[in-house]
Design a protein. Sequence first.
Length: 232
Amino acid sequence: MQRILITGANRGLGLEFATQLLARGAHVVATCRDPAKANALNHLAAAHPGRLHVLPLDVSQPATIDELVRETALVFDGLDTLINNAGVLVPGERFGSLDVQTMEHTFRVNAVGPVLVTQACADLLRRGTTPKVANVSSQLGSIGHCGSFGTPSYSISKAALNMGMVQLAHALEPDGIPVLLLHPGWARTDMGGPNAQVDPAVAVAGMLREIDALTLKTSGRFRDWQGHDLPW
Ligand SMILES: NC(=O)c1ccc[n+]([C@@H]2O[C@H](COP(=O)([O-])OP(=O)(O)OC[C@H]3O[C@@H](n4cnc5c(N)ncnc54)[C@H](OP(=O)(O)O)[C@@H]3O)[C@@H](O)[C@H]2O)c1
């Protein structure tokens, strides 16, 4: 049975990852900032007794990362896949009024958090069966793809996430742990909005195909949900 940890699993793509992985028979630790308010996750837990554990995690708070790893080790003796999904996008930034709080918070959640979560989970991953790390990045973090000003804090943070995870792909290579960066497409979630093009279920099914196919040979790649390589 696959043992999987997902961050930001109370809504959007994270909730869809949990739903699809449970349907496949996986054993899931689904993290969210406030488990008491995570109604959809708690319903999923009731529908999959013993296979879904809902644990607290704010990826911007290192103390909660340490606590999560301690609690995860009580339910899993190894981790097969870590999915760094949690992310934040602050809309409406304008050139001329960019502010340090938005930039720092976005960087902390989208770039620093996943790197620290992965580092903290490394021992559990080393004890996994064919362990992997998948990260939900974004095409908006692609420097090669950037053709206009927009969502600067988010785009900067996802570019930093990409470099952070290429660094970790090298750090984890000796342990046989591959690392992947994924773009889900423009998906209909709270972040993507109602006009987004891709159904979250389709985006997640596509990303799971890429995660399933991930090996050390493809570690450190940046791919979209349809399997296309993206420029850095
Ligand atoms: N939707 C798209 O079109 C799109 C495109 C490219 C990339 N992505 C990426 O896909 C991932 C999931 O996005 P989504 O579309 O599902 O967005 P979403 O519906 O806004 O969900 C974001 C998730 O991240 C969690 N989160 C935010 N800040 C957090 C923190 N400090 N600690 C822990 N969890 C935190 C949220 O928890 P709360 O409920 O507590 O806020 C929520 O569970 C993100 O990394 C996003 O950047 C999305």
